[in-house]
Design a protein around this ligand. Structure first.
Ligand SMILES: *[C@@H]1O[C@H](CO)[C@@H](O)[C@H](O)[C@H]1NC(C)=O
Ligand SMILES: *[C@@H]1O[C@H](CO)[C@@H](O)[C@H](O)[C@H]1NC(C)=O
Ligand SMILES: *[C@@H]1O[C@H](CO)[C@@H](O)[C@H](O)[C@H]1NC(C)=O
Ligand SMILES: [Zn+2]
Length: 375
């Protein structure tokens, strides 16, 4: 990993994604209807099918102005997506990233697939959208809400797709970064040291630790799954420990300009780039003192698991926060970034109290006081 870099990038993004089927028994859902309005232009109509009003985070979802994955695209296999995965705070969320839908209400979003995927081959593509959004109560994530769509098959004129608008144009992406802020460099260095400890401890636990604990997060005690989880965590520890080599580039600030409000950090899996946003420094503590709380170390660990250069395939964001990861099955869990972060949370002896692993389990995410460092 390269911690401090000076370089120019011409970026073409792609990342591994897959469908996210969910168990919908009795859970209110968002129903997504996709339609093609013109070539690669897609309209999504999102309806609250439940009997109650819901408020949720729309980051990484429809309405997010950032180049995020809104639908899975298949042409035989999954079409690689160029785009980012954003990691947001779980409390103190501000209204601009929240959407409220009354029971039965619908909102629409229109977006261009060509902005985040290369559809230049043209032909038939199948689209599907499923996953979960984070429900919010009083500005804090309180649960999750599954969403799903029917499949939509579209015919794309590749020439026109190729000529389509490109907010992801490499021209916008030539960036220069010199992490000259010594305070940030030192905070990030500390966090990466903690990632090494947490990821190594979690890898040990995956290899030979409590079966109950492993099943709690990964929904199986199968040796193969334990081995995959351990290998990914060891790869993360190794990556975080490699300061001037390695597969990823970790920027200490928002080099590509994708930090929206409430976003802590993001990853560009196709380029193995991770970048911290300002609130990664101002809002997060080094290490959480409560079970399943967010901190700098597990946020960085989460991002590392997205990078296919660390361990392939890179993870997705299938569920975010403890209540959402509880609902995933084992094949989803091994591909879900936050499952690794939450499993690793509090694994290290560095974490004083309130870890989920040596202390009593509290499944509630407590509100962490923000630590302001003024950088
Ligand atoms: C997880 O769920 C999805 C669909 O709900 C299914 O395709 C997959 O086989 C499941 N995996 C396991 C291990 O149950
Ligand atoms: C695709 O679009 C181009 C440019 O608009 C047009 O010249 C071409 O005929 C279209 N191809 C098909 C198969 O419609
Ligand atoms: C940690 O736990 C010990 C005993 O369980 C307690 O005395 C101490 O105050 C706790 N420290 C923190 C920071 O909560
Ligand atoms: Zn993520």
């Amino acid at each position: 990993m390269i911690l401090i870099v000076v370089c120019y990038w011409a970026l073409i993004l792609q990342l591994h994604v897959s469908a996210i089927p969910l168990n919908l028994n009795g859970v209110p859902t968002l129903e997504v209807k996709l339609s093609q309005t013109d070539n690669t232009l897609i309209r999504a109509r999102v309806r609250n099918t439940g009997k109650e009003d819901v408020t949720f985070v729309h980051l990484n979802f429809f309405r997010d102005p950032a180049p995020v994955q809104k639908v899975d695209i298949y042409r035989g296999s999954m079409v690689p997506l160029r785009g980012i995965r954003q990691h947001f705070r779980l409390d103190g969320l501000t209204p601009e990233v929240l959407t409220t839908l009354h029971a039965g209400e619908i909102f629409e979003d229109e977006f261009d697939l060509a902005e985040t995927s290369d559809l230049g081959h043209g032909g038939l593509f199948t689209l599907r959208s499923s996953g979960s959004v984070s429900l919010v109560n009083n500005g804090a994530v309180s649960g999750y809400l599954p969403y799903f769509s029917e499949e939509l098959t579209i015919q794309v004129n590749g020439t026109r797709a190729f000529q389509g608008p490109k907010t992801m144009s490499p021209l916008n992406w030539h960036t220069k970064e010199t992490c000259t802020d010594s305070q940030r460099t030192s905070i990030l260095g500390e966090a990466l040291g903690n990632v090494v400890s947490l990821a190594n401890a979690a890898a040990n636990a995956a290899q030979s630790g409590s079966a109950d604990k492993f099943v709690e997060y990964f929904k199986t005690d199968d040796a193969k799954t334990r081995s995959i989880v351990a290998s990914r965590l060891l790869a993360v520890a190794k990556e975080a420990d490699s300061r001037d080599s390695g597969a990823t580039t970790y920027y200490c600030s928002d080099v590509l300009g994708f930090c929206e409000s409430n976003v802590l950090a993001y990853t560009l899996p196709s380029q193995n780039i991770i970048a911290n946003c300002d609130i990664w420094y101002s809002y997060l503590p080094d290490l959480a003192t409560g079970c399943h709380n967010q901190d700098r170390a597990t946020t960085a660990l989460h991002e590392f698991t997205h990078a296919p250069g660390v361990y392939s395939p890179g993870t997705q964001d299938l569920g975010y926060g403890y209540s959402a990861i509880e609902a995933l099955n084992s094949s989803q869990a091994v591909l879900n970034a936050d499952t690794y972060a939450l499993y690793a949370n509090g694994m290290s002896s560095l974490v004083p109290n309130g870890t989920c692993h040596v202390q009593e389990i509290s499944k509630n995410r407590l509100i962490e006081p923000a630590i302001y460092l003024g950088c």
